[in-house]
Design a protein around this ligand. Structure first.
Ligand code: ADP
Length: 368
């Protein structure tokens, strides 16, 4: 059965057509609605996608939806009611959910007989227990305004944790894995028996690890201070912490490759950025070892995680007392398992594939 996976952003549509695990076609429609762009609007963009691929035998369309709030713990077939619930979550993801909804609406119109399945970045984390999702703030405010940890990158963490268990031949229902998704966005997740029990992103993708342009964890007083003392408007503070922070804030560039090149050349700002980035990962690894009561494996994934031996090495340095060591020959070579033979905690590098995971979750949902 064929599954079309759509990742609809405000100005782009990424698509990939699967038959089982085989990719039949993929592509990107960019700069939608802009002068000289590939399409005038989302409908024109999806029409282009559908005209370019063979849709015979299409079983479903799987849509990436960033925010499923507290409502969705798994992939869900979209009917009018589900559509309305996702619409109701727009205040939690004002930048992301409207584009996904537009993709779903157009796909329903163009392919009325094909099930449209929403696959949420947040769903995997719905298994985190209450003490892992509640913020210790005024409970009435939290309840009224849906303030809690939701977590993101769920499709990636789910996929990578399962792949790790397979790679190491661990029983999936018992495996304890810490997954580190280090891309432009970055998050850590503690997975026990295939279920998320802790994750570093929170109500939004802003908290936790240091990212390309996002700060990760900061004391909320930083915001009050920038507003009251520095006089910055709230929108400008948000822009600063989401687009001019992280590696970008500390080193003036968001690309880890560039940061590493400057680090090698002895640049002090790049060195500090790299060190802060890696230390934050270590802090979360320590926290999640404690939450899980020890781990079978720690897995690196996404652009930085899959490609930077330096980050992997620095993030897990000095942890041999906890059974965590890296074989630097394997690490440099880019092996899938980079810990020494017989290590207590296996260190793995697993390429993520969020689109394949979306296709598989959509297929599983069709079969229920
Ligand atoms: P996205 O989150 O947009 O999918 P990716 O997962 O592709 O992003 O990750 C992008 C990040 O991966 C960038 O910071 C880039 O510098 C980093 N990266 C890619 N290749 C390397 C490499 N060889 N060494 C270090 N970092 C790398």
């Amino acid at each position: 059965m064929k599954i079309l996976v759509l990742n609809t952003g405000s100005s782009s549509v990424k698509y990939r057509l699967f038959d089982g695990t085989t990719t039949l076609a993929k592509g990107l429609i960019e700069r939608i609605g802009e002068a000289g762009g590939d399409a005038g609007d989302h409908e024109a963009a999806l029409q282009r996608v559908m005209a370019s691929i063979d849709l015979s035998g299409l079983g479903a369309v799987g849509h990436r939806v960033v925010h499923g709030g507290s409502e969705f713990g798994k992939a869900t077939v979209v009917d009018d009611e589900v559509f309305a619930v996702i619409e109701g979550l727009i205040p939690l993801a004002p930048l992301h959910n409207p584009a996904a909804l537009s993709g779903i609406a157009v796909a329903r119109k163009l392919l009325p007989d094909v099930p449209q399945i929403a696959v949420f970045d947040t769903a995997f984390h719905q298994t985190i227990p209450p003490d892992g999702v509640a913020y210790a703030i005024d409970a009435s405010l939290a309840e009224r305004w849906q303030i809690r940890r939701y977590g993101f990158h769920g499709t990636s963490h789910a996929y990578v944790a399962r792949q790790t268990a397979e790679l190491l031949d661990l029983p999936a229902e018992e495996a304890k894995v810490i997954t580190l998704h280090l891309g432009n966005g970055a998050s850590a997740c503690a997975v026990s028996g295939g279920r998320s029990v802790a994750t570093s992103m929170g109500m939004s993708p802003q908290s936790g690890l240091v990212m390309g342009t996002r700060s990760g964890d900061v004391d909320p007083t930083v915001i009050f201070h920038l507003h009251r003392v520095a006089g910055l408007p709230i929108d400008e503070i948000e822009r600063s912490l989401t687009r001019f922070a992280g590696l970008q804030g500390l080193a003036g560039e968001n690309d880890m490759r560039a940061v590493q090149e400057r680090l090698t050349a002895g640049d002090s700002a790049a060195t500090l950025a790299f060190d802060v980035y890696c230390r934050r990962i270590k802090e979360y690894v320590g926290a999640y070892l404690a939450i899980l009561g020890g781990a079978d494996a720690i897995t690196f994934t996404a652009g930085v995680g899959e490609n930077s031996p330096q980050v992997r090495s620095a993030a897990l340095s000095g942890l041999s007392a906890l059974g965590i060591t890296i074989d630097e020959t394997r690490n440099a070579r880019g092996a899938r398992i980079i810990s020494p033979d017989n290590a207590r905690v296996k260190i793995c590098v697993v390429p993520t594939d969020e689109e394949l995971e979306i296709a598989q979750q959509a297929t599983a949902e069709l079969r229920t």
